[in-house]
Write a new protein. Sequence first.
Length: 329
Amino acid sequence: MTKYGSFPGARPRRLRTTPAMRRMVAEHRLHPADLILPAFVREGISEPVPISAMPGVVQHTRDTLRKAAVEAVEAGVAGIMLFGVPEDAKKDAVGTAGTDPDGILQVAIRDVRAEVGDDLVIMSDLCLDEYTDHGHCGVLDAEGRVDNDATLERYAEMAQVQADAGVHAVGPSGMMDGQVGVVRDALDQTGHEDVSILAYTAKYSSAFYGPFREAVGSSLKGDRKTYQQDPANLRESLRELALDLDEGADMVMVKPALPYLDVLAKIADSVDVPVAAYQISGEYAMIEAAAEKGWIDRDKAILEALTGIKRAGANMILTYWATEVARGL
């Protein structure tokens, strides 16, 4: 044994020596086509309304939404997920504005489709919470509980009007049992066989949704623990996955992203359909707030968080930084 025998022969650091070397051997890369931009459009406003808990994000007017869609296309972003925010006076117990062909979300879908055509995958949130005066994702029964099957009937109507407006993909997000199957049947029976379904397969009852409540002008009373998943559960998400796939989901999603990377990885390893993850409002707000105080490097933290989501198995990432990050990439 020579005097050099005690030194390591295997040196992983050789592959970290320069930026070019690290780039060459990188196992995962973000691409603009991985990104989907969630966007809010609010009825009855003439100027965009900033969302205080989400610096840089606004409730769009119809005109500024069209501009945001064009900017997303120019940056190479793959899709846009639209959320409608109706006037408070139009909210009611059953979310009528959500199925009105002239409701704000349907109008916004038509606007964006007219502006960018098929250059951007136009997705729509298929849920009642933005349109109900109680803020829940479904119709309530006489005792104030969310009525699963009555809600499914409303989701079927929503699917039809959103598809009629020109959406490419619907995102049933209410976590009602059977929602994917009912939406698929509604689409197929109304001549919309080509409209795909991005299933919110594992949507957890999370504390990180806080800023989103402001973004959609939520009227929520109580919580959603009886229909959104318990953060303690993983096997339950796999059961939800099996049901969604059996009912015809074209794509599946985990929401939130960062606190549930283990769930995301498990689902990604289990399926042969595209998998999405939603980097939600609270994840966005934490990075922006810490960066504003100078505690972290904002740009590096954004890319690190998104890369972690990609590494865990996401083919697509919904992020409020989509256009900004796509430009940088």
